[in-house]
Design a protein around this ligand. Structure first.
Ligand SMILES: Cc1ncc(C[n+]2csc(CCOP(=O)(O)OP(=O)(O)O)c2C)c(N)n1
Ligand SMILES: [Mg+2]
Length: 410
């Protein structure tokens, strides 16, 4: 971990007013500028300002568009790195599809698919430095991939054989968090600690559009702002919180919430891996140089069900899914790679073979996972013994024994 003097942590002038952002200082929602650099005040006379432009570097057709503010953050990217981003997204999607299939085969209790959110996760995940710390939800399989958490480790919890199969400090990737929004508080506290240590690493907290309604998220925004914590709040607005649409969470675009807390917010095309990479790099740089928190709203879409227990056809139509399929994050990078001659047919064929091998490896690893000791669940609840836990353990032992009796009776 690199260390800098606490003086270097001193806040510099706020970056409010940067293209696509709204924030503290002189910037307001009205004068922030959009991805094209057009003043929003001008645009808002022509159309509703509640749906601002996104920061976008790659169109759905795979065309690279210029962006005066964010191009610098991906200026040095090589064809090899672009292929790397593509490979990350393809393998993450393949892993995710395998996990969904394994749940359908009864090998997992549940799975929360990231289908459609690959660019948001890989773009932001690849912007991180090794010493940065990640606080994920339960859907961040692409970020886990970027942190070198073996995909099979993610599946133990969903199979019910462990409580999270990796050491958070091994990869600076915290355990999956199911309690909606709570990890933003953990991230803020951790970031305040990082600043106290005088380190120049940053912290990133992932959460969803639904989580934005949680008190924990509001508290994190307040604390991180007043303590100038080096944290990036990365909100994947995938348009749905189970069956609740984003309209039920907010009256303003989510990124604009940051303004009320005194830090910048930016909305990025969450299906554009390059834009997600650039915007997250910018936000991390702000954190490292003592400029405090940033809210990034990655505007994307949950293409599948909330989890394998959900049936989205009960609350949304095919039309919107089809519209978002046209903005597929993987397809647009493929189009760009092909048009710019950065990848040939051999690359795509090899990747297909690698994907299938990953699927096979994951399948075999899950089926081979040993069942845990039935009584392990009672361990680590308290440091010392506890009467209630002892009672529950005894009840469970009696329940298990009843099966032995039934078998014996046959
Ligand atoms: C504190 C809390 N309240 C409710 C739930 C039940 N719950 C699980 S996922 C979810 C929706 C979350 O939506 P969002 O934040 O948009 O994330 P997404 O699932 O779309 O990635 C809810 C309400 C929970 N896990 N924790
Ligand atoms: Mg959501």
């Amino acid at each position: 971990m690199s260390v800098e003097s606490s003086a270097a942590r001193k806040p510099r002038r706020s970056a409010a007013g940067k293209a696509g952002t709204t924030g503290s200082g002189t910037g307001t929602a009205g004068d922030a500028t959009g991805a094209t650099g057009t003043k929003r005040t001008t645009r808002s006379t022509a159309r509703k300002s509640t749906e601002p432009d996104l920061v976008q570097l790659l169109t759905p057709e795979g065309k690279r568009v210029k962006n005066a503010e964010y191009d610098a953050y991906v200026a040095g990217i090589t064809p090899e790195q672009l292929r790397g981003l593509y490979r990350d997204m393809v393998l993450t999607r393949r892993f995710d599809a395998e996990a969904t299939a394994l749940q359908r085969q009864g090998e997992l209790g549940l799975w929360a698919s990231l289908l459609g959110q690959e660019a948001a996760q890989i773009g932001s995940g690849r912007a991180l430095r090794h010493d940065d710390y990640v606080f994920p939800t339960y859907r961040e399989h692409g970020v886990a991939w970027c942190r070198d958490v073996d995909p099979t480790n993610l599946l133990g919890m969903f199979r019910g054989v462990n409580n999270g199969g990796w050491d958070p400090n091994g990869n600076n990737f915290h355990l999956y968090t199911i309690v909606i929004g709570s990890q933003t508080l953990h991230a803020t506290g951790y970031a305040m600690g990082v600043a106290k240590d005088g380190a120049d690493s940053a912290v990133i907290a992932y959460f969803g559009d639904g989580a934005s309604s949680q008190g924990d998220v509001a508290e994190s925004f307040t604390f991180s702002a007043v303590y100038n914590a080096p944290v990036v709040f990365f909100c994947q607005n995938n348009q749905w919180a189970i069956s609740e649409p984003t309209e039920k969470q907010t009256r303003v675009p989510l990124y604009q919430r940051a303004q009320g807390y005194g830090f910048p917010g930016v909305r990025v095309d969450g299906n554009d891996v390059l834009a997600c990479l650039a915007v997250t790099k910018w936000a991390l740089e702000r954190a490292r140089s003592g400029e405090g928190p940033t809210l990034v709203e990655a505007f994307t879409y949950r293409m599948g069900a909330h989890t394998t227990s959900d049936d989205p056809s009960r609350y949304r139509g095919d039309e919107e899914r089809l519209a978002w399929e046209a903005k597929d994050p993987i397809l647009r990078l493929r189009r760009y790679l092909e048009a710019s001659n950065h990848a040939d047919e051999g690359f795509f064929t090899e990747l297909e073979t690698e994907s299938e091998a990953l699927g096979k490896r994951v399948r075999e690893a899950v089926r081979a996972m040993p069942d845990p000791d039935h009584f392990a669940i009672f361990e680590n609840v308290y440091a010392d013994g506890h009467a209630l836990v002892d009672e529950e353990r005894a009840q469970f032992a009696a329940y298990q024994a009843s099966f032995a009796d039934a078998e014996g009776g046959h």
